[in-house]
Design a protein around this ligand. Structure first.
Ligand code: KG4
Ligand code: ZN
Length: 343
């Protein structure tokens, strides 16, 4: 590689956040995100509204990322964008914008897998996070995905277990909705749980045919029936017990995640464990993983908060690795809503 400083513009638009970042090699110079507020009143992401909001946000978000990085668009060496998985209409906005700009500037275009990006966010060079060594296990927990991966290289991912129905973030958001909380409910469950007794109520943990897989739809139904039963006895049950209900639901979910993770460590013998995705912001999971570090001799890697939820910096780090490998998007791959982690 003759040029030492590589500037990459990265664009993320897979769901309801429009993100743009500038990386100089593996260092983030700017990481701008525009959250879409329009979905809150609907209790979930409305794809058509998300796509429209991306169209409105993308130009100012990219401009801001370039300005904050202190460069001009002519300094860019490549443009990386999220190819998938995600919502088709949302992906197409980021992909088409990235493609057009790469043609206009005559620089390479790099397609990035969003799930790989969540994992490789750990490789962003930042004084606030340490970089794992290969091989390591990664628990990817987000609103769309729940996976335990064995990561053996920057493009070597093996799925050891994954959800057979809802993702863990969905489990948080859907149960929050049952409690009358707005979308996204995960952070709110976390907030109320801090003041509650996590042993107040018990919920059965769902079973799966493959022990490393997850299932959360049964848990949601169990919580629904529990709430209906209790509300028949006391109309104000939710209001009077919100903190305890949130703490108990959160503990059940975290127990499910940790049990599977412990099994994966036992099967693989790998004790380096990373977490990724929006749900890794959860305080109970962070606390429990820290305990595993002390009691089980694990080495835990938790990314900096801004690199856990959907962001463009994580797209940029994959873009940088692919740039070094001369792995460009010359096959004209734009959006693929169901892209698997190994694709
Ligand atoms: O990775 P992410 O930003 O977007 C997806 O790719 O899905 O994850 C968003 C998910 C939402 O379901 C949100 O409720 C959940 O992460 N989440 C949390 C917390 N913060 C975000 N869930 C539980 N506790 C939190 N503190
Ligand atoms: Zn994500």
């Amino acid at each position: 590689m003759s040029k030492k400083k590589i500037f990459i513009l990265a664009i993320e638009s897979s769901c309801d956040d429009t993100g743009a970042a500038i990386l100089q090699n593996d260092i983030v110079l700017s990481n701008v995100i525009a959250n879409q507020k329009v979905h809150a009143i609907y209790g979930g992401v409305v794809p058509e509204l998300a796509s429209r909001a991306h169209q409105q946000n993308i130009v100012p978000v990219v401009q801001q990322a370039i300005e904050q990085a202190g460069i001009t668009k002519n300094d860019l060496d490549a443009i990386a964008f999220t190819q998938g998985p995600g919502l088709m209409g949302s992906l197409l906005v980021g992909a088409s914008f990235a493609k057009s700009l790469s043609i206009a500037l005559d620089i390479p275009l790099i397609n990035v897998n969003h799930m790989q990006a969540h994992v490789l966010a750990h490789f962003i060079r930042d004084k606030d996070q340490s970089i794992p060594n290969f091989p390591f296990l990664c628990l990817t927990i987000s609103g769309g995905h729940t996976q335990i991966l064995k990561v053996s290289g920057s493009n070597k991912f093996e799925i050891l277990g994954e959800t057979i129905d809802d993702a863990v973030g969905e489990a948080f958001d859907k149960t929050a909705k049952l409690l009358g909380l707005p979308y996204p409910g995960g952070p709110l469950i976390d907030k109320y749980a801090l003041k509650g007794n996590k042993y107040a109520f018990q919920f059965t943990e769902p079973k799966t045919p493959n022990e490393l897989d997850f299932s959360f739809s049964g848990l949601k139904t169990a919580i629904l029936y529990f709430l209906q039963r209790e509300q028949k006895k006391n109309n104000n049950f939710i209001e009077e017990n919100l903190n305890d209900i949130c703490a108990s639901i959160q503990l059940t979910i975290v127990n499910i995640l940790i049990k599977k993770l412990k099994l994966a460590v036992k099967i693989t013998g790998i004790k380096d464990v990373a977490i990724a995705g929006g749900v890794s912001a959860n305080s109970e999971i962070r606390k429990t993983l820290k305990e595993c570090e002390e009691t089980m001799g694990w080495k835990i890697y938790i990314p900096k908060f801004e690199y856990t939820t959907d962001n463009a910096a994580m797209i940029g780090i994959v873009g940088y690795f692919k740039f070094l490998d001369n792995d460009f998007n010359d096959k004209n791959l734009l959006a693929s809503s169901r892209l698997k982690i190994n694709e």
